[in-house]
Design a protein around this ligand. Structure first.
Ligand SMILES: Nc1nc2c(ncn2[C@@H]2O[C@H](COP(=O)(O)OP(=O)(O)O)[C@@H](O)[C@H]2O)c(=O)[nH]1
Ligand SMILES: *[C@@H]1O[C@H](CO)[C@@H](O)[C@H](O)[C@H]1NC(C)=O
Ligand SMILES: *[C@@H]1O[C@H](CO)[C@@H](O)[C@H](O)[C@H]1NC(C)=O
Ligand SMILES: *[C@@H]1O[C@H](CO)[C@@H](O)[C@H](O)[C@H]1NC(C)=O
Ligand SMILES: *[C@@H]1O[C@H](CO)[C@@H](O)[C@H](O)[C@H]1NC(C)=O
Ligand SMILES: *[C@@H]1O[C@H](CO)[C@@H](O)[C@H](O)[C@H]1NC(C)=O
Length: 439
């Protein structure tokens, strides 16, 4: 049952107050009122909406206006490509661009495969094969909207908006162009089609909070969500088997490590280190194992789930060398490789994303978009659970996250890591940073 501000449902609830759910809701309501009375300042940060999500209400350029997305004017964008999390960022950027133009975004194609250089292998996959379409629109109602191509009455009258490129195409020029297309002659056209590069590469004009608001509307379709549940139950079950020596119903906590040591990454991160003149980007297998092993406060033995793209791995020995008490598992050893094998790259990665999001402890690389978006999601989760911004990095926080590529302290631990929800752009999350917002 959803917690709803809908009047009808509240009356319904009152009439059946003896049902357990309604009792819980009544208690929740009382708690919320008490919180509002005693901690009025927390209200400025966010409020819980119909779906239990934190609504973020400031920083947006349209804050305060009665913003309505037109349902008969559309924005069309190029196919979205690259890694899952590059695709999620690109998608959100397309949504926010449509929002700025007061238009509905025509549901874009994502890409099932990672082979972006070979155009014929891009394997377009419809957004609604991965994420729930109606759920997206209902969660994002009033903020951004998705439409379908069949909603368009006359595609022949589409006008094109060519994205500029090159050094002279500055962030200001890009913004001016978008404003230009919100005016008279362009604004009348039913469809504006943006042509040019992948939305991930467009200039970013929006604060982290706006992206976070879009990400909260992404809910996996049931088929994939069920696979996620299977994998997570298996991880928790394997823990209690290993620890108690028997199959047990008791589900144990787990640590998830996004070991970004695949071949494609090793090539990429070496280039980045050269460009930034830095040696904190590529972590070896040994460095990851040591730093994860030095995290204090995890009850041992603990299952460590290794989120790696097995097919891209150049090294089968990732299971060896872990500190005593850490029980490493990857997909094969868990026996869930068959689940992953059924799906293309994009869905495998989406399952792993959820597994990392829900882990009790997460450790990733602060230069990976995959890791960065997991940390953004975990930060949102903490804030939703009522953890104040000033407390996010504290030692005792539930669901901590760490960056193994940054040395945290003299004890050899990895650096604590949260997303800076008041950052003015998604730069750090898109391209990585050694600033983990904790220190
Ligand atoms: N965790 C995980 N990642 C996968 C899988 N297959 C491919 N990938 C990963 O997908 C990610 C690709 O890109 P992206 O999400 O943009 O993250 P980034 O490359 O780490 O910045 C990488 O982390 C790959 O390791 C998988 O089965 N599990
Ligand atoms: C967006 O479109 C709606 C519906 O046409 C309109 O009421 C609203 O004023 C528009 N807002 C902006 C900022 O253009
Ligand atoms: C992959 O492994 C092979 C053989 O073990 C090695 O020669 C090669 O350098 C490795 N490639 C990378 C990118 O690490
Ligand atoms: C961190 O872990 C490594 C490997 O387990 C160990 O050799 C090292 O002493 C630890 N660092 C500290 C400061 O305890
Ligand atoms: C978060 O980002 C804002 C805006 O860039 C900055 O002023 C602030 O210092 C950052 N906070 C942390 C903890 O890094
Ligand atoms: C991040 O990198 C810069 C430049 O190399 C360096 O000066 C800074 O100390 C690094 N920060 C951390 C937390 O390691």
């Amino acid at each position: 049952m959803e917690i709803s501000s809908n009047g009808k449902r509240s009356i319904h609830c009152l009439r059946y107050l003896n049902s357990r759910i309604c009792k819980c809701m009544a208690i929740l309501l009382v708690l919320l009122i008490v919180r509002a009375i005693f901690f009025p300042s927390t209200l400025n940060f966010g409020w819980t909406d119909d779906h239990g999500l934190v609504l973020i209400r400031n920083l947006s350029p349209f804050h305060g206006s009665n913003f309505g997305i037109r349902v008969d004017k559309f924005l069309e964008v190029p196919q979205i490509v690259w890694g899952l999390n590059n695709q999620k960022i690109a998608f959100a950027r397309a949504c926010l661009t449509a929002r700025m133009l007061n238009r509905t975004l025509l549901m874009p194609s994502l890409s099932a495969s990672l082979f972006y250089k070979e155009v014929e292998r891009l394997e377009p996959i419809s957004f609604d094969k991965i994420f729930k379409f109606n759920e997206f629109n209902s969660r994002c109602n009033g903020f951004v909207q998705l439409g379908r191509y069949m909603d368009v009455s006359n595609r022949a009258k589409t006008i094109e908006l060519p994205k500029g490129s090159g050094r002279k195409w500055t962030i200001e020029r890009d913004f001016e162009q978008l404003k230009e297309y919100s005016k008279e002659q362009f604004d009348q056209s039913e469809v504006i089609r943006i042509v040019g590069k992948n939305p991930f590469l467009w200039h970013d004009h929006w604060p982290v909070k706006d992206y976070a608001r879009v990400f909260e509307c992404l809910v996996l379709v049931d088929e994939i969500a069920n696979e996620v549940d299977k994998v997570i139950s298996r991880i928790r079950e394997v823990g209690s088997e290993e620890v108690t020596g028997a199959k047990s119903a008791k589900l144990l906590p787990y640590v998830a490590v996004h070991m970004r040591i695949e071949i494609d990454w090793m090539i990429h991160c070496k280039k980045l280190e050269q460009r930034y003149n830095m040696n904190q980007i590529c972590s070896s297998k040994e460095e990851i194992m040591n730093r994860v092993g030095n995290i204090s406060g995890t009850n041992k033995p603990t299952v460590v789930y290794l989120a790696v793209a097995d097919s891209l791995l150049n090294d089968s020995s990732i299971l060896d060398g872990w500190k005593e008490g850490l029980l490493p598992f990857e997909k094969k050893k868990l026996g869930v490789d068959k689940i992953y094998e059924k799906y293309p790259y994009l869905i495998r990665s989406a399952i792993d994303y959820e597994v990392c999001l829900r882990a009790d402890v997460f450790v990733g690389n602060s230069f990976s978009t995959f890791s960065s978006l997991v940390v953004l999601g975990r930060t949102q989760k903490l804030m939703k659970a009522g953890v104040a911004v000033g407390e996010l990095c504290s030692r005792s926080v539930m669901w901590p996250s760490y960056a193994y590529n940054i040395l945290g302290d003299s004890k050899g631990r990895p650096q604590k890591w949260v997303a800076n929800m008041s950052d003015i752009s998604l730069q750090k999350i898109s391209y990585g940073s050694n600033d983990t917002s904790c220190r």
